[in-house]
Design a binder for this molecule. Structure first.
Ligand code: PLP
Length: 388
């Protein structure tokens, strides 16, 4: 069958590919510890599951408005106003099947072929994929270990040209777990205003922060409300990856455009998933704090364990549930080492290069797995590295 040439410009997310490889090994009887997947290993809290069951029985089984059910948009606007420190109205919200469509829709809606888009590298691979897909120029902004994987504002300044249309931010950050400070964001906001940039702020890990850090969004800085599209959702904070429930919060004038893209693709987000979302945001939040406390214990274990492996050097990340150790000391390329660990140690992780060219020299481990499995994986990785 003919495949249209535009598909060649689309990238992918290798976490899904590694998962397939790992599952194939498991089918042959091999035991694999999964540290490649980017999803909480916890169950969705019972209160949220119950809300969905009630919604199903109450008839939330039909199409809804493209931008989302009005009372769900209202609950999201209230949540965002509470957590971002500035008021949002429900007319600024579009509910989507997961946060990911906001990436696709925002870039499709705002970026011309002749434009440039600056994005973090290493970073979530779909940014670069979609920028290329719309025919724009993808301009990588290297995140450096010596800067704790926060973007360097001076580097950013050097990449902005008259053609720069959009800047993509992601804090807390996948794959490094780094976060941008309030001061970083203030300086980035000044640049965005000065150069009239649209900012796509991926805040999907906003609830997963450690050591007393609180999430700060760029949207609250002067001049940013009219140029910021926030991507957030339920997948990570409430362990709801399979529910496909996320949202974008944006200037009101953009909402009908994003809703139109939704009409042209998904029609709408599943109505009973949306209803469960109201409970997630408005109900008691101790399940989130418990999950984050458990992630924190695992973070200590994996950071200490990796730092004890010869050739590995690992920063302690401040957010999300990933570590991004430097493995240059092993003398191996990231992809080769990731493959070696899968086959030799039975530990699935991702090559840093799955997150862009500046990911060479690193691996990504997700610590969304039990402490017991993490300890086991660390021993196996240690033994496999010794064999190199
Ligand atoms: N943004 C980042 C940085 C992510 O890591 C992910 C998922 O891994 C997403 C967005 C997409 O989340 P969702 O499952 O809600 O579509």
């Amino acid at each position: 069958m003919h495949i249209a040439s535009r598909i060649k410009t689309l990238g992918t997310e290798s976490a899904f590919e590694v998962l397939v490889k790992a599952r194939a090994l498991e089918a042959q009887g091999k035991q694999i510890i999964h540290l490649e997947v980017g999803e909480p290993d916890f169950e969705t809290p019972a209160r949220i599951r119950n809300a969905a069951k009630m919604a199903l029985d109450a008839g939330y089984t039909h199409y809804g408005p493209a931008a989302g059910l009005p009372h769900v948009r209202k609950a999201i606007a209230e949540y965002m106003s509470r957590t971002r420190g500035i008021p949002f109205g429900q007319n600024q919200v579009v509910v989507t099947p997961g946060g990911k469509p906001i990436m696709f829709f925002a870039i499709l809606a705002c970026v011309e072929r002749s434009d440039e888009v600056i994005y973090p590298n290493p970073g979530f691979p779909i940014y670069e994929s979609v920028i290329n897909f719309v025919g724009a120029k993808a301009v990588p902004l290297q995140l450096k270990e010596e800067n704790e994987f926060r973007l360097d504002v001076e580097d950013l300044k050097g990449l902005i040209t008259p053609k720069t249309r959009m800047l993509i931010l992601n804090s807390p950050h996948n794959p490094t777990g780094g976060i941008l400070t309030g001061d970083d964001l203030r300086r980035i906001a000044e640049l965005a205003v000065k150069h009239d940039l649209i900012v796509l702020s991926d805040e999907i890990y906003s609830r997963i922060l450690y050591d007393g850090f609180e999430h700060v969004s760029i949207v609250k800085f002067p001049g940013m409300q009219e140029r910021t599209i926030i991507l957030d959702g339920f997948s990570k904070a409430y362990a709801m990856t399979g529910w496909r429930l996320g949202f974008g919060v944006m200037p009101e004038e953009l909402v009908p455009v994003i809703a139109q893209l939704q009409i042209n693709s998904n029609s709408c987000t599943a109505s009973f998933s949306q209803m469960a979302g109201i409970e997630a945001l408005a109900g008691p939040q101790d399940d989130v704090s418990k999950m984050v406390a458990e992630f924190k214990r695992r973070r200590e274990a994996i950071v200490d364990g990796l730092n004890a492996i010869p050739g590995f050097r690992c920063l302690k990340p401040l957010g999300a549930f990933y570590v991004f150790p430097n493995i240059v000391g092993t003398g191996k390329q990231s992809r080769v080492l990731a493959d070696h660990l899968l086959h030799e140690a039975g530990v699935a992780c991702l090559s840093g290069t799955a997150f862009g060219s500046f990911g060479e020299g690193y691996l990504r481990f997700s610590y969304a797995n039990s402490l017991e499995n993490i300890e086991k994986a660390l021993q196996k990785v240690r033994a496999a590295v010794r064999k190199l």
